[in-house]
Design a protein around this ligand. Sequence first.
Ligand SMILES: N[C@@H](CCC(=O)N[C@@H](CS)C(=O)NCC(=O)O)C(=O)O
Length: 204
Amino acid sequence: MLTLFYAPGACSMAAHIVLEESGDKYEARKVDLAGGEQRTEAYLKIHPLGRVPALRLDDGEPLTENTAILPYLGKRYDLWPRHAATEAKALSLIGFFASSVHPAHAHVGRPERYTADPGAFPGIKDMGLKTFHLYLKQIDGMLAGREWFSEHYSVLDPYGFVFYTWGVRRELPMAELKNYTAHKDRMLKRAAVGRVAADEKIKV
Ligand SMILES: N[C@@H](CCC(=O)N[C@@H](CS)C(=O)NCC(=O)O)C(=O)O
């Protein structure tokens, strides 16, 4: 059985939604990020960087990083493109999400990662928020005229949904992003998304 280590509202929500939709039995283990559980000796054995998500596989080995976890779950539950070109596009989008969109947001929430000078925090947060907003607008453009990020619903959609909820949390004008907002509404119509959003107390 798979075990997901997650925190409410974090990027681990993407894998949480996929597992909830899979119909498979899995264990969801909440990690108390505010309380610093991610830095305990026990958790660092699961994720050496002290982050969520981490996925404990059937053989007991941990798998970390959304860029690995989501394709793995997608292939396991048939939520991953089957053809070489669409798969490459999916990897391209996951790479963009993980290496550009997510770190832009981290500048807002975790400025201490980027400078030791607290006086520089406001500038880092401000630029992070502007860059994050710019990426959200790009995502909105990617969804023009389409229902899902790939040809069919896939693991890309819960991952994209996470950043929408972060935009709401940062009080960005998300309603202006019509395609992205329609995507969020489609996501919320899925029963499993509703269950995870309730469990993680997500406001969108
Ligand atoms: N590159 C990692 C990033 C994971 C990450 O930064 N997770 C955040 C939550 S969204 C976290 O665990 N933060 C805990 C901390 O910074 O102490 C991935 O995509 O899996």
